[in-house]
Design a binder for this molecule. Structure first.
Ligand code: C2E
Ligand code: CA
Ligand code: CA
Ligand code: CA
Length: 281
């Protein structure tokens, strides 16, 4: 039993060593990526029903890491590490600047009413300098009120609510709009909804994926819609993967919809082509 214990222990330390080494290697690669800006933004449209058609009203910026070997890494694989190490602040600044630069181009090219949604992590909500940097970027790129929206999760806001409120109030004052992302998955109390200067609730995909079959999900979405509308907020449904889901969610009163069924995330040039081929009526 002792020998076996030792063998297990050795196995365990080998695994641990490997995990630690991999983490160090990833961290070193990510630091280089930050220094040489190996990132790109992909964009996924958000639609609103206009009569019988769905019109694009916004795009969400989604971060991608293109490594020097040309490999495309999705944010799920590096954002947690970027958050732990604090690198997310610098990466996040690059995301905001790039999104503003791109939106100015799109506005100048005839897509005047397009909005860009940008994801913010908890760490960025503790950055008191962020609102001023955002205000300067908006000014520099001629972006008016509501052109930029920040998506924040319930849990990231509740980590340090007092600090987050100060940052969110200042972001809002500089003309950005605010959306609660993944609504329904995080914090169990709804009281925070009146503490933050919100514009939209984005209902999490987990309530959408089974909405045709699960009456509870439909009830939850319906309740979220009336709660949001009573608070003067608009509702976005994410993760729409089928025509039936789209129909159900529209019927339940969702104001904006997003998901693979409508359009996948695309690189800037491809999403621009999509926007021109699908002009707002
Ligand atoms: P999220 O903000 O909830 O973004 C939605 C994710 O769902 C995206 O994954 C998107 O590609 C995917 N998605 C969109 N439509 C559908 C659908 O119909 N079905 C399914 N199954 N998935 C769909 P992605 O791009 O891999 O991003 C993952 C997460 O990484 C995001 O989740 C967000 O939390 C985070 N993230 C992305 N970009 C940034 C960023 O610039 N900064 C920060 N802090 N986080 C980011
Ligand atoms: Ca999001
Ligand atoms: Ca989301
Ligand atoms: Ca989600």
């Amino acid at each position: 039993a002792k020998a076996l214990g030792r063998a297990n222990f050795q196995f365990f330390t080998e695994q641990l060593n490997r995990a630690v080494t991999e983490r160090f290697q990833l961290e070193a690669k990510l630091r280089k990526a930050v220094a040489s800006e190996e990132f790109e933004l992909w964009y996924q449209p958000l639609f609103e029903p206009q009569g019988d058609v769905m019109a694009v009203c916004a795009v969400e910026a989604l971060l991608r890491w293109r490594t020097i070997d040309g490999e495309l890494v999705s944010p799920g694989e590096f954002i947690p590490l970027a958050e732990e190490t604090g690198m997310i602040v610098q990466i996040g600044d690059w995301v905001i600047a790039e999104a503003c630069r791109q939106l100015e181009k799109w506005h100048a090219g005839g897509l005047e009413s397009l909005r860009i949604a940008i994801n913010l992590s908890a760490r960025q909500l503790r950055d008191k300098g962020l609102p001023l940097r955002v205000e300067q970027l908006m000014k520099q790129h001629g972006l008016g009120a509501g052109a930029i929206e920040f998506e924040i999760t319930e849990s990231s806001v509740m980590e340090e609510p007092t600090q987050a409120i100060a940052v969110l109030d200042a972001l809002k004052a500089s003309g950005a709009s605010l959306s609660i992302d993944d609504f329904g998955t995080g914090y169990s109390s709804l009281s925070y909804l009146k503490l933050f200067p919100l514009d939209r609730l984005k209902i999490d995909r987990s309530f959408v994926s089974d909405i045709e079959h699960d009456a509870n999900d439909a009830a939850i979405v319906g309740a979220a819609v009336s709660l949001a509308h009573n608070l003067g907020l608009r509702v976005v449904a994410e993760g729409v993967e089928s025509a039936t889901q789209l129909e159900r969610l529209t019927h339940l009163g969702c104001d904006e919809l997003q998901g693979y069924h409508l359009c996948r995330p695309l690189p800037a040039a491809a999403v621009e082509r999509f926007l021109r081929d699908n002009p707002a009526p």
